[in-house]
Design a protein around this ligand. Structure first.
Ligand code: HEM
Ligand SMILES: *[C@@H]1O[C@H](CO)[C@@H](O)[C@H](O)[C@H]1NC(C)=O
Length: 327
């Protein structure tokens, strides 16, 4: 009796694991026969958009991160709100700063025209992030694909994204929840080598740090002066729309200069500078500062891993016709 039920159990476990393996693996070249031109279409759309505005590369890399960290890489960040259901993209962590939606929509429209309902929006976003990293950083990697699109997007769920106020320990625990190591967290933070952050994300560090320090002592004072000049004390008005480069030295180049800036105490966000201040991560920062090509290789690997978080595959989810709407 005990024997036969444990037999049954092992059969169940066997088939369960078989079915998760069958559906869980993303594959490089997933669209090679079903839509051979798709990757080139995406690359072309990214190339043109980023040539017009280099900030779009930053936007697309960030968008892939925000997609993957909320409900997995399922394109949920791309969905529009529906009556009674505000979508992820309208959470303050995403709105109004997340950018590049129009590039995904353009690529999707062109791909639908030649291969209807074949390539998921989640995959288009993963490719677009890679193409962005390639265009502004010369970083290249193959993107395993086969993600399917989710049908749910809830504004409040974007509240689980890591905050710019977090210290290294809190950041590490958020990344660990998604299967990413401390070192991968530090490596991926190197994406802040491009793009911008708006004044409200760092003005506390300039004006109201804590009871004893109005200014964050972990910030280079001359860098703080420079920032204060662009970001006046918050008045709750339009002054908050100003934004500063996340990487003071090479704001449009995805490289390891971000880590070198951290060593000069010129990290813009608390969540940046903490990587140097914390003993958990400081050695990793120094390593990345010293070896740009090693960092780039680790960045490529970590992007691939991030792109696998909680993906839908096989017959799960759907292939959206339009990235902003479920079918
Ligand atoms: C470690 C935790 C992280 C926190 C707390 C964080 C937070 C932020 C914040 C507050 C901004 C500025 C948004 C704005 O005001 O416009 C930003 C921008 C950005 N983030 Fe992160 N981020 C993190 C990790 C990452 C990761 C892992 C990536 C990608 C791999 C990434 C890519 C970017 C990019 C490229 C920008 C610039 C976006 C643009 O210019 O449009 N971030 N991040
Ligand atoms: C304010 O920040 C400084 C520097 O991080 C720290 O040493 C001090 O303990 C903090 N003070 C309070 C009251 O939190």
């Amino acid at each position: 009796m005990a024997n036969s039920s444990s037999h049954k159990l092992s059969y169940i476990i066997f088939f369960l694991s078989l079915s998760t393996f069958a559906s869980a693996a993303l594959k490089v070249g997933f669209y090679r026969s079903s839509c051979p031109e798709a990757e080139a279409i995406i690359k072309n759309a990214v190339d043109r958009a980023v040539s017009r505005n280099p900030g779009i590369a930053a936007g697309l890399i960030r968008m892939h991160f925000h997609d993957c960290f909320v409900r997995g890489c399922d394109g949920s960040v791309l969905l529009e709100s529906t009556p009674g259901n505000p979508a992820e993209r309208y959470h303050p962590a995403n709105f109004p700063t997340l950018r590049g939606f129009e590039v995904i929509d353009e690529a999707k429209a062109k791909i639908e025209a030649i291969c209807p309902q074949t390539m998921s929006c989640a995959d288009i976003l993963a490719f677009a992030a890679r193409d962005s990293a390639n265009k502004v950083g010369g970083i290249n990697y193959a993107v395993p694909a086969g993600r399917r699109d989710g049908c749910i997007s809830r504004k409040e769920e974007a509240g689980t994204l890591p905050s710019f106020t977090f210290n290294a320990e809190k950041l590490a625990s958020e990344f660990a929840k998604r299967g990413l190591s401390v070192s991968e967290m530090v490596t991926l933070s190197g994406a802040h080598s491009i793009g911008i952050a708006h004044c409200p994300t760092f003005s506390k560090r300039l004006y109201s740090f804590n009871e004893t320090h109005s200014q964050d002592p972990s910030m280079d004072p001359s860098y703080a002066d420079y920032l204060k000049n662009k970001c006046p004390p918050p008045r709750g008005d339009r002054s908050e729309e100003a934004a500063m480069a996340l990487d003071f030295s090479t704001p449009h180049r995805l490289d390891n200069r971000y880590y070198i800036e951290l060593k000069k105490n010129r990290g813009l966000l608390t969540s940046d500078q903490t990587l140097l201040s914390s003993s958990l991560t400081s050695k990793m920062v120094l390593k990345n500062a010293n070896d740009g090509s090693k960092w780039a290789a680790k960045f490529a690997k970590a992007m691939v891993k991030m792109g696998k978080i909680d993906v839908l595959t096989g017959s799960q989810g759907e292939i959206r016709r339009h990235c902003s709407f479920v079918n």
